[in-house]
Design a protein around this ligand. Structure first.
Ligand code: SF4
Ligand code: SF4
Length: 374
């Protein structure tokens, strides 16, 4: 007969309430940024006659592609392009966060992740539980976000050299990318509305539909999270195989069947740790020191990393962009004519033109210098 294990009850308090507070605070911050940005657009729409409101730099956080390219440019050259400098620091904070705590940004800070969770909770109430997607459908769908990320990587890292990356970051299109994004939602087309409504409905039926299958940002953070030394670890000796951890996992990870959770879908929400009824059986631990990382440290750490890295951007004067009111008024009138290269041929062409422009600018500087000498 199987010997019954002696159970020491897990009496640690759940962290989920605090995770909800942090998510709510961050979502409110995003709403505040949205209101400020709306007031800023009113100034542009009135051709400068309405009161001027500063553009909130935090809006750069909603430009992940531009921010990623800015980060790449900074890593490669040590220079900051001042079209959307806040985006660089927000992106760096999120990557650092993923290196330390795995994909924690998705479950602790991301407003889209928070909204997905709320919609998912609503769906579970309607359908009285989680809807299971068969593996044959789940795996190919999960690969979609990697396909999108792969194309983005190919376009930026394989088709563009660093001169073209800078040309893109300094282009008029990138300078108004935030305005274009705003008007995409403010003047939403019928097709886009249908797509958004479909995503909403799918998120009710399938929990985290957007995050699990389509978000390329989540795909990137999932890859970075593999490098994190801190993972959810299960102690098989004290584990009573109740399966509550797997049941609580919103990412459908079989936590009860593994010793260490190594998954691009784990977003460090700690729901499994909270669900475990046995003390010291399921915890976030460093794979090197084997030491347990308390849930409170995760909550404080996530918020602190974000505040410190973005704070460095603010304190070093690299938070606000360098686009003047006058330039914005001109951009506003012309922005419908601004485009970006789409498709591999267009990206290659953009790369070639950027290099030709660079050479002609260099020639001009040399000629001017020669004239100066004369
Ligand atoms: S494994 Fe645990 S921490 Fe990771 S997503 Fe599932 S419940 Fe959250
Ligand atoms: S919740 Fe998971 S780790 Fe904890 S005892 Fe049950 S099966 Fe084991």
């Amino acid at each position: 007969m199987k010997e019954k294990k002696k159970i020491i009850r897990n009496v640690e308090k759940s962290i989920q309430k605090y995770r909800f507070y942090i998510q709510s605070a961050f979502a409110l911050l995003c709403v505040w940024i949205g209101i400020q940005f709306y007031l800023f657009t009113r100034f542009l729409e009135s051709n400068g006659t309405a009161p001027f409101y500063n553009r909130p730099p935090g809006v750069d956080g909603f430009l992940p592609i531009s921010s990623m390219m800015s980060f790449y440019y900074f890593i490669s050259t040590g220079q900051i392009i001042h079209s959307h400098p806040a985006g660089l620091f927000i992106f760096a904070a999120i990557v650092l966060l993923s290196l330390v705590f795995g994909k924690a940004f998705c479950s602790w800070l991301c407003p889209v992740g928070f909204l997905s969770e709320l919609i998912g909770d609503f769906g579970e109430k309607i359908f009285k539980g989680k809807i299971k997607i068969p593996k044959w459908l789940d795996y190919p769908l999960r690969s979609l976000k990697y396909l999108m990320l792969g194309f983005l990587f190919y376009a930026v890292f394989a088709l563009m050299d660093i001169i073209a990356v800078r040309a893109f970051l300094e282009s008029s299109y990138n300078q108004v990318a935030d305005l274009k994004m705003y008007y995409f939602f403010a003047d939403i087309s019928r097709t886009s509305l249908i797509i958004l409504a479909s995503l909403f409905i799918l998120s009710i039926i399938i929990r985290n539909f957007w995050c699990r299958y389509l978000c390329p940002y989540g795909a990137l953070l999932g890859l970075v999270s593999f490098l994190s030394p801190n993972k959810i670890k299960r102690n098989p000796i004290s584990c009573i195989d109740c399966g509550l951890c797997a049941k609580a996992c919103p990412s459908k990870i079989k936590v009860d069947k593994v010793l260490t959770v190594i998954s691009d879908e784990c977003n460090s929400c700690l729901s499994c740790v909270d669900a475990c009824p046995v003390a010291d059986t399921l915890d976030l631990k460093s794979i090197y020191t084997k030491k347990k990382i308390s849930k409170r440290i995760v909550a404080i750490g996530v918020v602190s990393i974000f505040i410190v890295v973005t704070g460095i951007g603010m304190m070093t004067g690299n938070w606000q962009n360098n686009i003047t009111k006058k330039e914005y008024l001109v951009h506003y009138k012309l922005m419908d004519s601004y485009g970006h290269p789409t498709g591999t041929a267009a990206v290659k062409d953009f790369n070639k033109k950027s290099n030709l422009n660079e050479i002609s600018n260099e020639n001009k500087t040399t000629t001017n210098n020669n004239y100066d000498k004369k």
